[in-house]
Design a protein around this ligand. Structure first.
Ligand SMILES: Cc1cc2nc3c(=O)[nH]c(=O)nc-3n(C[C@H](O)[C@H](O)[C@H](O)COP(=O)(O)OP(=O)(O)OC[C@H]3O[C@@H](n4cnc5c(N)ncnc54)[C@H](O)[C@@H]3O)c2cc1C
Length: 483
């Protein structure tokens, strides 16, 4: 059995999983994506999607793909017609080109995301059968071919029947009481002119008496139709979908009191109709935050398609998960950079800040004892044997110190920093080695007191680099804060 390890594994190469992988990629983080489909062309992707400004489009901006998305938008696709069952027009809107919900073919959108990922990022033909916690900090994922891998962070983006969801929640999708039958009319203007005129250039709805048609003109000139009915869960199973003619006739039976033009959307359909039961997760579905595993898209909040939100939400889930908020952690000079990063974070990307024996501010009465500065310095010969200095013998290399002074000045500190730290809005942990002689614990206490929301933790027996000198105690403090 394979024991490959992936720091980040995304299960599902749908719009949600691919958006997450892409946003991570543009942020310099690679993830492995697993999908059960044999390859990217294994099945057609279905109809048009309108991509909303605040969700789907925001996600595409985060993915650096918004301009390329606009090039693929279906012109005229935002037009809309709403009819009643007698084919009377209730609402008609043209596409004036400035709507906030441009339409794109789902396959084109998926291709855009797939083409933006590094070669081999998606492992096709990888059907996940289950996942379990495998000790601290890892999950083991099993595949249908008998192999397995572990993941440091596991994301269930595997849709309605997620194999990852059971790690977090007992919820299962329930039938909504609505059944769909999906059909196509190809080359509509030439072969089905009356239906093409009825549907118009974009979206189409004809609704009434717990039944209806939802349709769309596709970018290839075909019409994509969903006939929808409120029906018992087993109704679709009473129809023989292997016989296209019989299936269409059985479906049309439910629309005998509808206008003939609307019934033709069923009877004139090309190819075999496809049955679809519409399921949803309970409204408000949620789970306890669990380190190392999460869900997005339909795996997290499967809903009926009537809101036209599912794909949009899957994409914004992926974008938000890929961009943070993250925990920023810095030690010594790195802590100074971390503090400045949190101060400059305008987008709420820093969720938590950890400073370990950090330098940065000028704290009156507690100057930084710059390493290698002569007798009494933390790495000088006077450092008592056995006392952790946390620094390499002889102190840092001169070139490193020169670089530090170029940034930090002669005093290695910013006199205005303490005052500015009040502006940091995220929770802060300040960790300090009990025996630090570069920056003494009282310097750390003053640092912590300058934030609005900070905790100070002393690590016994550690010097300037507690993570090296007392790793177990330091990680215990970090785990308590980061979870
Ligand atoms: C009829 C219909 C019409 C819709 N119309 C719209 C619309 O107009 N607008 C809109 O925003 N939304 C619409 N939706 C909803 C939308 O399709 C979904 O919300 C969206 O596709 C969810 O994306 P996802 O990435 O979370 O999951 P999915 O798109 O379901 O992707 C999941 C991926 O995981 C893979 N996978 C599944 N199980 C496994 C496994 N065990 N191992 C490995 N891989 C696995 C699948 O192959 C798939 O590639 C519609 C839905 C339906 C049913």
């Amino acid at each position: 059995m394979s024991t490959a390890h992936h720091p980040i594994a995304i299960i599902g190469a749908g719009l949600g999983g691919l958006t997450l992988a892409r946003v991570l990629h543009v942020n310099g983080i690679e993830a492995a994506v697993f999908d059960l489909e044999a390859d990217r062309d294994a099945r057609t992707q279905g109809g048009m999607l309108d991509i909303h400004e605040e969700t789907g489009q925001a996600a595409l901006r985060a993915a650096g793909l918004h301009e390329r998305f606009r090039e693929r938008v279906h012109p005229g696709g935002e037009a809309m017609r709403v009819l009643d069952r007698h084919a009377r027009v209730l609402l008609e809107e043209a596409d004036d080109g400035d709507g906030g919900r441009p339409e794109i073919d789902r396959g084109d959108l998926r291709d855009l995301l797939l083409d933006s990922l590094p070669e081999g990022a998606v492992r096709w033909g990888s059907k996940i059968t289950g996942a379990r916690r495998a000790g601290a900090g890892a999950y083991e994922v099993t595949l249908a071919d008998g192999t397995a891998f572990t993941a440091g962070l596991l994301v269930g983006a595997d849709g309605a029947w997620s194999r990852i969801r059971p790690l977090l929640s007992d919820a299962v999708p329930a039938y909504t009481g609505i059944s769909f039958v999906e059909m196509d009319l190809f080359e509509a203007d030439a072969r089905h002119p009356e239906c093409a005129e009825l549907i118009g250039g974009g979206m189409f709805f004809a609704l009434g008496d717990h039944r209806g048609f939802l349709a769309h003109r596709e970018s290839d000139g075909s019409l994509h139709i969903y006939a929808a009915l409120r029906a018992a869960e087993d109704w679709l199973s009473t129809i023989d979908f292997t016989d296209a003619g019989a299936a269409k006739a059985a479906l049309a039976e439910h629309f005998t009191d509808w206008a003939p033009g609307l019934r033709r959307l069923i009877t004139d359909a090309d190819g075999a109709p496809v049955p679809r039961l519409i399921h949803a997760l309970p409204v408000g579905h949620h789970w306890e935050r669990t380190p190392g595993v999460t869900l997005l898209g339909d795996a997290a909040h499967l809903m009926s398609p009537f809101a036209g939100e599912g794909a949009n939400l899957a994409m914004i889930d992926g974008a938000e998960l890929g961009t943070g908020p993250v925990a920023v952690l810095g030690t010594s000079f790195g802590g100074w950079i971390a503090a400045e990063t949190a101060l400059r974070d305008r987008g709420g990307h820093v969720g938590r800040l950890v400073l370990m024996d950090a330098i940065g501010p000028v704290v009156p009465g507690h100057p930084i004892a710059v390493p290698g500065r002569g007798p009494g310095g933390p790495s000088s010969p006077q450092t008592p044997v056995g006392e952790p200095s946390g620094l390499p013998p002889g102190g840092p290399r001169p070139a490193a110190m020169e670089a530090l002074r170029a940034y930090g000045g002669a005093d290695m500190g910013d006199p205005g920093l303490l005052e500015r730290l009040r502006a940091v809005s995220c929770p802060v942990l300040v960790v300090w080695g009990e025996n630090d002689r570069v920056a003494v614990p009282d310097y750390g206490r003053a640092y912590a007191a300058a934030f609005d929301d900070a905790r100070f933790e002393l690590v016994p027996g550690a010097g300037h680099l507690p993570i090296r000198e007392q790793p177990a105690a330091t990680f215990a403090v970090l785990d308590g804060f980061l979870g």
